[in-house]
Design a protein around this ligand. Structure first.
Ligand code: PEP
Ligand code: MN
Length: 337
């Protein structure tokens, strides 16, 4: 619920209300505005009697929150969240493009690809060191050696990094290397993992689960934010439907829906949605036109030889061409690239 304090509520009255809420077991998040202070009270305390809060001095009224995602939703925060990654801002006017191979395979090809995506205009470098694979026999990633290669690429290119963590035991390690921690689709409802990344201040790229509703996805974001990390970037990557023509079915509607329900930035991953490089161009344009704040695209210097997701990876030359074609689309919707 939200406690709206009256315009002339004193500091002491605000503190008293916060204390009363804390005593009842709520976590409080005061938001001090120019005219009024509102206090967000987080916690499922429906069985508790909170009526007396409304009669406390300085309280104007109490607004119950019907939506279960209180911190990820717009009730407490109307303004868009801008997630800052170094000097890159995600959620502002600029459409931020993240690119790189699915998995880190070796230093040489990673550096080469990193340099190329940078030249084409990508701001963030992607790469998987811990790979969540459907088969236990498939390449699982280089783990810490892969993270070291990523760090070397950041050193030479200046690009910021995004990489996935799949296990709570590796969060500290991954966070020590990366600039954005990725939570993959398969782990969107791994609540222990969400809580763990919530304990850091590092931005989190939260992918939508393969069969997750938008509400479930926002509740996953809520897990992260309620632990104290507000730097969440949502990523639509397609969901599983009866359609088999593409690897996943892109839910382009999720972009405007999220913009209506949440203040968090949202980006699109056209590569995992399509499953083939051929549709990446069209889907990327669609996402920007629909209001996405960025894209994450798989790029590989020799897709045929890729250890993971080669068929959906763009050649660097194709990526460069795509970036050129995206610029006017961004401009048409009042964004820059
Ligand atoms: C990835 O980005 O490499 C990945 C595994 O994506 P997803 O979790 O969306 O399948
Ligand atoms: Mn991949």
């Amino acid at each position: 619920m939200i406690i709206v304090m009256s315009q002339n509520a004193t500091k002491e009255q605000i503190e008293n209300v916060e204390k009363a809420l804390t005593d009842l077991g709520f976590k409080t998040h005061p938001i001090v505005g120019d005219v009024k202070t509102v206090i967000g009270a987080i916690g499922d305390k429906r069985h508790l009697n909170t009526n007396y809060i409304s009669t406390m001095p300085g309280v104007e009224n109490i607004v119950p929150i019907m939506k279960p995602y209180k911190l990820a939703g717009k009730e407490l925060q109307k303004n868009p969240t801008i997630v800052q990654v170094g000097d890159v801002k995600i959620g502002g006017t600029e459409v931020v493009v993240m690119a790189g191979p699915c998995a880190i395979e070796n230093l040489e090809t990673y550096l080469e690809t990193a340099e190329k995506v940078k030249q084409a205009g990508a701001k963030i470098l992607r790469g998987g060191a811990f790979k969540p694979r459907t088969s236990p026999y498939a390449f699982q990633g280089l783990e810490e050696d892969g993270l070291k290669i990523m760090a070397a690429a950041r050193e030479t290119t200046g690009l910021k990094l995004v990489t996935e963590v799949v296990d709570t035991r590796d969060v500290e390690l991954v966070a020590s290397y990366t600039d954005i921690i990725q939570i993959g689709a398969r782990n969107m409802q791994n609540f222990r993992l969400l809580k763990e990344v919530g304990m850091y201040q590092k931005p989190v790229l939260l992918k939508r689960g393969v069969a997750a509703t938008i509400e479930e996805w926002l509740m996953a974001a809520e897990y992260i934010i309620s632990e104290g990390n507000p730097n969440v970037i949502l990523c639509e990557r397609g969901i599983r439907t009866y359609e088999t023509a593409t690897r996943n079915t892109i839910d382009m509607s999720a972009i405007p829906v999220i913009k209506e329900l949440s203040h968090l930035p949202i980006i699109l991953d056209p590569s995992h949605a399509a499953g083939t490089w051929k549709y990446v161009n069209a889907l990327s344009k669609g996402a920007i036109a629909t209001g996405a704040d960025g894209l994450i695209i798989e790029v590989h210097s020799s897709p045929d030889a890729a250890l993971c997701d080669g068929p959906q990876s763009l050649l660097p030359s194709k990526f460069e061409q795509l970036m050129k074609e995206l610029a006017p689309v961004a401009e048409a919707v009042g964004r820059t690239l």
